[in-house]
Design a protein around this ligand. Sequence first.
Ligand code: GTP
Ligand code: MG
Length: 462
Amino acid sequence: MTAGCRHYHLRLLPKPMSDTIAAISTAFGEAAICVLRLSGAESLTIANKIFRGKSAAFKPRVQYHGNMVDETGRVVDSVLLTYFKAPASYTGEDVVEITGHGGILVTRRLLEMLLKRGARSAEPGEFTQRAFLNGKMDLTQAEAVMDLIHAQSELALQAATEQLEGRLGQEAEAMRAELLELLAHLEAYIDFPEDDIDPETGAAMRSRMENLGQRLKSLLDTAEHGRILRSGARTVICGEPNVGKSSLLNVLTGFERAIVSPVAGTTRDTIEEMLHIHGLPFRLVDTAGLRDSDDDIERSGMARTSKELASADVILEVVDASKAKSESNRVMVSTGHRGHLLILNKSDLGVHPSWEVEQGIRFSCEAHEGIDALRAAMRDAVWSGAGTGNNQLISINARHQSCFEKAADALKKSITAMQAKEAPEYVAFHVREALHAVGEVTGRVDVEEVLGVIFSRFCIGK
Ligand SMILES: Nc1nc2c(ncn2[C@@H]2O[C@H](COP(=O)(O)OP(=O)(O)OP(=O)(O)O)[C@@H](O)[C@H]2O)c(=O)[nH]1
Ligand SMILES: [Mg+2]
């Protein structure tokens, strides 16, 4: 994508595609090479205005060596040029890729030269947007490009790759096709108002709708995994002062991230660090110890701790297990939280018998004991479904979630309407709503057109 990847986002509104766009596609900074990209009908003409090589004719997908020269005839860089002829290119338009030397100044100069010769500076995501608008990929794939770039863990990368290959898009399209057929059946009844939906057809349609509802549900179930893969599982370390919370953060991250000291109340503010465990991203938060205190700063630190706990996916409750369990040892967390893990720290000093009844992980920051068990427990706390089911690597994002929720809702209404023997128009209205919502996932909302195609395959009365 363009340099400035961090600001990359997809713009869904169509923009004029008649012009030729140019951008630096590699990251900003010094590197061995840089890649500039042009897309649009004038790509080759514009590039050729400043490219001086042995050949004046460019075969697609062949690299040509030459010099880039400015308007005074001075050589700016020696480059390789590749031409991709429409529609066989990333964007579906004529594309030219120029590989130059990756100096900051030289890269900028090359872009300036292209802009001077008639290209427009591309907006963030515009190459991918063109690919979508030209039908080279659906919306889920365009989003996967973004996920792929931002992926920071193995599983996130794998999920993005699968989405880029079109797994989610195919599932959405299959559901859309099913909804279209249902709609076609319903429309046939609408066209012949004297016919009621006969009970057998009605039952068959209802079971197809229920089946679709199940498929929507299993996709919706992947939303949580999707959120965790994209932004990390929020993991809060909490416990009384001085039990070893900051030490735990340091052990897990592998460096001295937080200050550790024998003085209770050392950590006043929340400290965050990202780490990866078994291919999953965790956003680890070390917090101020919870205890009664008159100190204002410590109290506001504790207020933050409570706030963090409210939104945590995983809670690592640390206790000093070398000391007897007391009421105050375990005050913080209701063990009803799905991701609650009890860490019996300081086990190198011995574990007091009062802890033996607890389901905790024997741990020692000092002796590095229990790390593997903790890592496995953390993975299981957020990724219980991994390795099972067909949707294990489909992990929908918030936009997909909202579309599928709308679809599931509309489908439920249509099932209720069928059960209540409502008029077919009424059932069809909700099926159409579901169809539209599923279509939004892949960006296919030209429902009328496809309806025509489906109808043409049906004979009257069916
Ligand atoms: N023996 C032993 N000492 C530990 C262990 N973990 C931490 N400590 C010691 O316990 C003390 C407190 O550790 P911290 O990590 O600062 O504890 P904390 O829970 O972050 O404390 P606050 O920030 O004050 O709430 C330090 O002196 C650590 O060296 C352990 O596993 N064994
Ligand atoms: Mg601390």
